[in-house]
Design a protein around this ligand. Sequence first.
Ligand code: 5AD
Ligand code: SF4
Length: 476
Amino acid sequence: MLRTEDTNETSGLSPDERTRLAIEQAATEVRALTAIKGRKLKSAVVTFGCQMNARDSEKLRGILESAGFIDTDSEEEADFILYNTCTVRENADQHVYGRLGILTGLKKKRPDLIVGLCGCMMQEPHVVAKIRKSYPVVDLIFGTHNLFTFPELLAKILREKKRVIELWDGTDSIVENLPVKRKYAFKSGVNIMFGCNNFCSYCIVPYVRGRERSRLDTDILAEVRALAADGVKEIMLLGQNVNSYGKTLSQGTSFPQLLAKVAETDGIERVRFMTSHPKDLSDELIDVIASHEKICRHFHLPVQSGSTRILGMMNRHYTRETYLSLIEKIRAAVPEISLTTDIIVGFPGETEGDFQDTLSLVREVGFDSAFTFLYSKRTGTPAAEREDQVPPDVAHERFERLLAAVKETGEAASSRFLGRVMDVLVEEQNKDPRLMSGRISQNITVHFPGDKSLIGSIRPVHLTESKGFYYFGELA
Ligand code: 5AD
Ligand code: SF4
């Protein structure tokens, strides 16, 4: 099922046909350049953000490969470099500006190099204004709402060799069937929804990713079946808030129902999902996880703060107590579950007392691990306007104390499987080539002696040594 805005000169064609036509046009340009250079052209796509951003990168690589580029990880070798940016925190932006400085040097040596930027950071007008003015190295800019126009923009930049910038303020459309080049043969992300309607007061995502839009369940399940047929064993369902899946559709399928259907798909051995908002996590979801062994025993449930006062100011719509009772319910229904979270330190107005509430919540829950973030002021969000910003030295000092608490509880929690034999999906060779690395259902990494033929298979592994957040083991 396809839905799109029919806005420009190729209206009349379906989105699929438009994509195909544009890729063919880009391929014509690539062939011409290949003939001139006497070698294949290479492209490098760099992912800066979350799993959604990584999934978008797979689509961008798919498009580039369909146009005739050879994918490379080496920016030094690439004829076309595309940065898929993130803007959730200020340091993500700084990282991109730093790397653009390096690319400026690279382009002096290789003037034919084409540099493109896309992703969340490009949806911020002040960023694009700065790049237009101060970073002539950048040839192509597009955003999250028009990722699917990349084939057309690629054809244009290759043909005209002039700066191309196309940004949309928003979109209602979801374009299906873009080509994809997966990073892993045996696992894949699958978008189930785009955008976010929650407006947590610190967060830029609703502004850069737009309003919530869910994909039709029929499209999602067709994609999952096609992936299973292609050898994929593990699916990660992706959305900014998967618990509100389907609210924008009339089809009536809820997230738990969708999750169950994905888990029941032949060939799929494991299902994960990311991210869940505590405010609308239903009992139905917990029941579905408990009754489907293929749904991984891992729940990532961002708490952000342990202080009910701060949670209110963050516009999170739950309290410390309701979060703790959710954790209790999940553990009662699925005792083997591992629990991870996101925590922000130094939100405006956070007092030592509020921070103590966060520390005590971390100890009380005993998370397997937690992503901890220093609050970062994002222009345009309500929290950025507040006058009670926490001084950086205070926030840093709290951050260190939080890290220590997370390490202590995480090591204790995630070593509880020591001595057990657990199924491991083998993912890759370790830096030490004698070892293979994979994950148990709880999303904890295990390293064990083995060879590359094991990659992509699920094997029982005896967990013989706990290293805190990961294990060493032996094939059982
Ligand atoms: N500052 C710090 N951390 C943030 N996050 C989102 N916005 C900000 C911000 N402005 C964190 C939240 C979220 C994770 C993806 O990033 O913890 O869950
Ligand atoms: Fe992902 Fe948000 Fe970063 Fe965009 S801004 S890449 S949605 S974390």
